[in-house]
Design a protein around this ligand. Structure first.
Ligand code: GLY
Length: 376
């Protein structure tokens, strides 16, 4: 078997064990000492990462065709429908991450109408987070919270596919228009002239003027947080796919070129791109896995440069398989080790992460089944 084939087999073995352990409940955002436990003790559907668990089940179904995974993935729709109906922990732009994987996928795959309804309710709620006159989608918290007002973050580029889908499925152009305006603002302000990105950026809520960049999870306001840069590669490329806007494709390529030029010898980024070999800092394997997805998206779009981006994606994925996957560490129930959630706050440092696992499995799936429809 090829190393990729063995990696898929090992990943599915871990997913089977996690299905037995977690079922329709949710593991935490990250492992603790390399093991996921039930989220906040009870496994409830809160936070921004719960959809990565059903997302992995959909990937397992893509890889195997096994009905067991599809049934298990569909079993999560009810929880996400309840969450949006009850307004539980939905004051966030992460509704895109949450509802694309948990509800848009089942709608696309099986025509599940409750899933479509829940995803549209989430898209409607996301529209309430558009802040005028800036035309950005506020990232976090109550829209009147002075600390959060006018702030968006690079990760939000992965949330706009929910809005593009909502326009496609309803014929109502408002969702896609909001997504495009938001992405245009990020292109102009969160992406710096040297191809790096701010993690977060504020607009004046009254005038709509761009104000300043700031970090939350990077090493400093001026440095380049590795996962943010990876979200930029993938997110701008997806926004280009939905709009055809060539400036979004250029933005994705600029993010990619900087990211690739600042990788250590094994191709797996340190948690902030200002660190490299010898720094003693931790890697963020999740940034690497996300970047693979973005680079493959670019490889599908970027004409003459496609081979370069495809080769870079392959090199990073091979390195994740060889040095970061848990196949040789059966004591872990993650797919990938050595991720970092939030180093400045000391949360999830050098641990498995639910999103890193999802994007690693997505990358493996794309490597062995490039013909399958995309999830985003
Ligand atoms: N989207 C939050 C993070 O990447 O940590």
């Amino acid at each position: 078997m090829t190393p990729t084939g063995s990696a898929v087999t090992a990943a599915l073995r871990t997913i089977d064990a996690n299905l037995a352990e977690f079922g329709d409940r949710y593991p935490g955002d990250t492992t603790v000492d390399d093991r996921y436990r039930l989220r906040l003790g009870t496994g409830g559907n809160v936070g921004w990462t719960t959809s990565f668990w059903p997302g992995m089940l959909w990937l397992a179904h893509d890889l195997t065709g096994d009905e067991r995974y599809r049934r298990a993935a569909l079993g999560h729709v009810r929880s996400f429908a309840d969450r949006v109906e009850s307004g539980t922990d939905i004051d966030t732009h992460d509704l895109g991450f949450l509802y694309t994987l948990s509800c848009v996928l089942p709608w696309r795959s099986t025509g599940d109408r409750p899933a479509r309804r829940a995803a549209l309710a989430a898209a409607d709620h996301l529209l309430t987070r558009v802040l005028e006159p800036a035309g950005i989608i506020q990232a976090w918290g109550d829209m009147r919270d002075p600390r959060q007002q006018g702030r968006t973050i690079i990760d939000s580029l992965m949330n706009t596919p929910l809005l593009f889908w909502a326009s496609e499925t309803t014929g109502d152009p408002r969702y896609a228009a909001a997504a495009r305006r938001h992405t245009t603002q990020l292109r102009d302000h969160i992406l710096r002239p040297d191809g790096t990105t701010f993690h977060t950026f504020y607009w004046d809520p009254r005038t709509g003027e761009p104000v300043r960049g700031e970090t939350e999870q990077g090493n400093s306001d001026e440095s380049c947080w590795a996962r943010g840069q990876a979200w930029g590669i993938y997110g701008f490329a997806l926004n280009h796919r939905y709009t055809g806007d060539p400036s979004f494709l250029r933005a994705s390529r600029r993010c990619a070129d900087y990211f690739l030029a600042h990788l250590p010898a094994d191709g797996v980024a340190y948690w902030d791109l200002e660190f490299t070999d010898g720094s003693g800092e931790e890697r963020d394997s999740s940034a690497a896995a996300i970047a693979v997805g973005g680079l493959l998206e670019l490889a599908a779009l970027a004409g003459a440069e496609a081979d370069r981006y495809r080769a870079a994606a392959g090199r990073i994925l091979d390195s994740l398989i060889a040095g970061y996957a848990t196949a040789g560490h059966p004591s872990s129930n993650a797919l990938l080790r050595h991720g970092v959630y939030d180093k400045p706050k000391g949360i999830g440092v050098d641990e498995g992460t639910l999103w890193g696992d999802y994007f690693y499995l997505e990358a493996l799936t794309r490597a062995v089944r490039p013909d399958l429809p995309r999830h985003w």
